[in-house]
Structure formats: C-alpha cells, structure tokens
Ligand binder design. Structure first.
Ligand SMILES: C[S@@+](CC[C@H](N)C(=O)[O-])C[C@H]1O[C@@H](n2cnc3c(N)ncnc32)[C@H](O)[C@@H]1O
Length: 287
C-alpha cells in the first residue's frame, strides 16, 4: 500500500474532493483517501497520489472523477434502516400526506424524493410501505438520486444479496416484493413502476421538475462541510412543498441553521421537519 499522503497532497485532495462532492475530508480522513484510492492508483498506473490528483484534474478525465466519487463516498445503507422513520411514515406521515393529495381533488400524486439513495434500499423500502398501505402506484412517484454513478446503476437493477435483504426485509415482504435470482434477490417489476433513479449531486446546481411532499435526506449532510451543508438544506427547502415533510437521519439535526424548518420527533426517534410555520396535522411526540 502507498505511504501516507503528505500535508500538501492531503490539502490538494481535500479541496478537490470538497469541490466535487461537498464532503469535508480533513487530516483525520487521510486514511480514507489512501485506502479507497489504492485501486485507482494501480488502474491508472500512478506512482503516487499527486500523479493521480493531476490526472483527475484534467478536464477530459470525467470518467476518472466519477470513479473517485464512487470510491470516496460511503454508501452504507439498509432496507428500513433505523425502523422508526418507516413506522412513522406508515402510521402518521403518509396518511396525512395522502389525505392532502386526495383532498386537492385534482388527482394530485404524492411526490417523494430520496435524495441520497445509495444503492436503492431506502427508496424501495418507501415503495414497499406504500404498497402495504394499499396505495396504488398511480397515486405516488418516488424520485431517487445519488451522486455515485455506481450506486445509481445498482439501485436501478435492484438486485441484492442474501445479507443485504436479511438486513431489514421481513420474510413476508421478501416473498411479496422480491424474486430469487441466482444467489440474489431481485425487486419485482411492479415495485419499480413508480420509481425513477437519477444521478444527481446535491452539491451542484440541479433541476428536478417538482416540489416534493416528502424529501428523505438521511445520513449524507453529516459528511458535508458547513457551507455546502447549509446550501444543501436551502435547496431542499426550495424543493419541499409548503405542507410537505423532510426526513433526516435519526442522529441529525438542523437546529443550527436558523429557522427554516421546525423539527419534530415521531415514534421517539424519527426526525421529521416542516417548513417553519407549517406543522400539518402531526402531533409532536414527547422525547
Ligand atoms: C451513508 S449513505 C446514506 C444512504 C441512505 N440515505 C441511508 O440513510 O441509508 C450516503 C450516500 O450519500 C451519497 N452522497 C454523498 N455525497 C453526495 C452528494 N454531494 N450528492 C448526492 N449524494 C451524495 C453517497 O454516494 C451515499 O450513497
């Protein structure tokens, strides 16, 4: 394995990766750069990290930059991750949002955005819940996005190994929503019907056609530097329907970002936010 990056190399890489992704990678993350880029050093026959850096800075090396992003991002996820948010969606948030959509009288579809969906488990978990609630696929649409091309390709395919499905999918749901496929389990087509996957960086300007009733942005802002993180929540705010909800990770908060959102906890641990002044019909639970 290549030696530690020196302080100049680390400064260059931190700056570059922050420009690419919004992520904060300071001295204590040196090992991440070193470990995760080993394969690329070899693939591109680079003698050291500076060589790889200058190669990746070449405007014609878009593909290498995609590979750097694939390697440096942490894609840890699972079906129904943390349980409580999905219980809250099922019991409280979706009934409320569906009521609003149905009451609008214009066949308005429920619009959901899984904003850093990794390999798709979060988005498919949401779709499974809506199916279990008996909501027709015509009544909702889930847009699922991630910066990593590799993650989005895997999400579109929707094929998971035994370990991945056993981490969260109850046996009855496995039968209902997945087909065995060699050693893997593949999401059935009917569940994919109301989902679209798209490669989007939350750190760059992006265009999404809709305002969403529910935005799920969990376990990604924790990797961002303060300024990109603030900008990210500003963008999310602008994409959120005035009566919609934002779900963040169970250990996250946005209370340091002024009063854009008001925060509530459902099922004790799930952190939902609404644009300030809008609390819909939900009752804040006591923590
Ligand atoms: C730890 S995973 C979280 C996945 C899922 N939301 C969950 O909570 O299980 C973080 C994801 O954020 C993505 N990510 C990192 N930086 C991003 C950016 N600038 N724009 C969009 N996605 C990003 C990564 O590729 C990764 O898939």
């Amino acid at each position: 394995m290549k030696d530690k990056l020196d302080s100049n190399e680390l400064a260059l890489w931190s700056q570059f990766l922050s420009e690419l992704t919004g992520m904060s990678l300071n001295e204590d993350k040196e090992y991440l750069i070193r470990e995760r880029f080993q394969g690329l050093l070899k693939k591109y026959q680079c003698a050291n990290f500076s060589h790889l850096y200058f190669m990746a800075r070449d405007p014609d090396r878009g593909d290498l930059r995609e590979e750097l992003i694939d390697q440096i991002t942490t894609k840890e996820t699972s079906f129904f991750r943390d349980t409580a948010p999905f219980e809250a969606l099922h019991r409280v948030v979706f009934p409320e949002l569906l009521k609003q959509c149905r009451a609008s009288g214009q066949n308005r579809r429920l619009k959901i955005w899984s904003a850093a969906c990794s390999t798709g488990q979060e988005a498919y978990s949401i779709a499974m819940i809506l199916h279990e609630m008996g909501v027709s696929p015509d009544e909702y649409h889930i847009t699922a996005t991630d910066i990593s091309r590799m993650a989005i390709e895997a999400a579109k395919i929707g094929s998971y190994n035994r370990f991945e499905v056993e981490r969260g999918v109850p046996p009855a749901s496995l039968e209902r929503f997945f087909l065995p496929n060699s050693k893997n389990w593949r999401v059935k087509d009917f569940l994919k019907e109301s989902l679209t996957f798209q490669q989007i960086s939350l750190h760059r300007p992006f265009v999404l056609p809709d305002r969403f009733d529910l935005i799920v942005c969990r376990n990604v802002a924790i990797y961002f530097s303060p300024k990109p993180r603030e900008e990210l929540f500003g963008k999310i705010f602008r994409h959120l329907h005035p009566d919609g909800y934002l779900l963040i990770g169970s250990t996250e908060t946005v209370s340091d970002l002024g009063n854009l959102f008001c925060e509530m906890r459902l099922e004790s641990r799930a952190v939902f936010l609404q644009a300030n002044g809008k609390r819909g019909g939900l009752v804040e639970s006591k923590v």
